[in-house]
Design a protein around this ligand. Sequence first.
Ligand SMILES: [Ca+2]
Ligand SMILES: [Ca+2]
Length: 451
Amino acid sequence: MSRAIAVTVIGVCAFAPVWADDDTEEQQAAPAQKPLHDIPLGPFRVDLSGDLRLRDEYQEGFDVRGYRSGVTDNFLLSRIMLNLDLRFDPDRHIYLQFRDAHSFGSGLRRDDFKRSNPLDDVMDIRQAYFEWRQVGGAPLDLKVGRQQISYGDQRVFGPGLWGNTGRYAWDAGKLHLDTSRAWIDLWAGRPIENRPERWPNREFAAPTAFVVYGGLKKLPCRFDLFYAGKFDGRKLTDGESGRGDLQSHSVGFQLQGQARERFDYTATGIRQFGHYGQDRLDAFGFNGAAGVTAPIPWRPRLAGQFTWGSGDRDPADGRHGTFDGVFGGADINFYGDMNLFYWANLRDYEWDVHLRPAETVRLAVEHHTYSLDQARDAWYSTSLAVVRRDPTGLTGKALGHELNLRIYWQPRKGVELMPGWGHFFPGPFAKANGAGDAATGYFFQASWALN
Ligand SMILES: [Ca+2]
Ligand SMILES: [Ca+2]
């Protein structure tokens, strides 16, 4: 990095710093508990841990696939994760994670999901890798096998663990280099498809990912730079100008920091280019948020946030302008709790109020206003399927708005209870291109770390 860029980054960090939002705790907490620790087993010392999660969901006007007027679904989700960490020595270990996911009562059947099943998968292997830290005494770690790989706020590379089976696990080989000034990951891999009728799960035939992700140290905020290549050489990618390969290159940054314990911010920017079938790929993604927390009872945090995923301006110009979210999750807290939207052809203006009435209780009230980025491109679901489209662009861009409420309560260590409610108010675009009913959802989730 040139000195000029470094100075600019430090300047930006020092000016803005922060982010205190802990809404991704749920996703990050998964394998943390180690109640049965250091058990001798042959050449290993073994750590056992796990967690159990139950969630009841009621959905009206949508289901797990997205917005659908007239549809109602009501189901219970269960998920168990069991983790075994087998250590040869302090630097070498094998990590196994088994995950069992079920749904009860849903109107959706297994064949409603042509690809990965987001609800059900019978006790499968979610992670199984070998890691060797500081190979030969060098500042180099090697990790090979099935593994979760996520970074930063998980918006660009996420595990997507809100979903019952989880969105991203990888069969990958990864090198991690750590120095006093920076760290860098280099890896290649393919994502895993969750299928209840298959054991063990297999990787998708495509895409293949090549990623370089690094962070600079000694800055007043977190500052990461990355490259993500996404390739599919099967000639199945349908562009406006014809079918061909996918060669997608994403280059971007993410920064996150806070200042005087009161102000927080985060920003992510991505440029995406390459080829999409016979088209030229030319897309952008951006997210920026700023919040302030008042030092008074309940510690109210007010925040504003804007997310932009570019859309395609002209469906016949041979240029593919729809951003694809790279390898991010579509979890709650990104584009609304009801998962009706994704980071593609989207502008999402968000206001948040977060309160902490007690040490163990958090309350979130969040409001999103959505519009299309480009009127002639589609409203996309979290799996990038077309929900509604007006190729003429005459019905405008206004998708609607959504209000979300969530309460997090940790009555004791390792236990979390979370009720939530959401309502989507459809806008003119939604109403003009099909049945445009309002949608309502609620959930109640309980999770336990297993001891
Ligand atoms: Ca399976
Ligand atoms: Ca186009």
